[in-house]
Design a protein around this ligand. Structure first.
Ligand code: NI
Length: 172
């Protein structure tokens, strides 16, 4: 009986730690995909698109080898030691994101990106919105997207709205 009481206190202190945000461990899964995109705003003139997006406005697009890092935070489960089973996290990222964007043209081929200017910023925000309710244990902490070795963005889920340009963002 005494042992059981101690275990319950342990769970209580774990829960308090969770509420305070202490005792958190951050677990990250790294994934890769290759895709093409074109950056332009359909409400801009050709000259303005060229001035702002430069080579990224190439009419037929250009490609990147993206690296996606998804981080989940939480207290390790007392029985498994896992915040989240990384195999589960891998499978969710693969089925929800990678399978849908890998070897695709992001302006044309991906329904959940239709009408959105496919910058790394906007991709990270959309990926977050897809993943946030799919994480079985722990809490989604960040979505980090590398467009190249030197250029990457990181999103932590603060509220933000992305304009949708509808079919205009596909092509005139
Ligand atoms: Ni690009």
């Amino acid at each position: 009986m005494e042992g059981e009481y101690i275990v319950r206190l342990d769970y209580l202190s774990e829960f308090i730690n969770y509420l305070k945000g202490t005792g958190m461990v951050y677990v990250t899964r790294k994934s890769h995909f290759s895709a093409s995109h074109r950056l332009f705003n359909p409400t801009f003139s050709d000259e303005k698109n060229d001035a702002i997006f430069d080579k990224c406005n190439n009419i037929n697009g250009h490609g990147h080898n993206y690296v996606l890092e998804v981080t989940v935070k939480g207290n390790p489960n007392r029985e498994t030691g896992y915040v989240i089973d990384l195999k589960q996290l891998r499978d969710i990222i693969e089925s929800e994101i990678i399978d849908k964007v890998d070897h695709k043209h992001l302006n044309y081929d991906v329904p959940f990106l239709q009408g959105i200017i496919p910058t790394a910023e906007n991709l990270a925000i959309v990926f977050w919105s897809i993943l946030k309710n799919s994480i079985p244990t722990g809490i989604l902490y960040s979505v980090k997207l590398f467009e190249s070795d030197n250029n990457f963005v990181e999103y932590f889920g603060e509220p933000v709205s992305i304009p949708n340009y509808g079919n205009g963002a596909v092509l005139s």
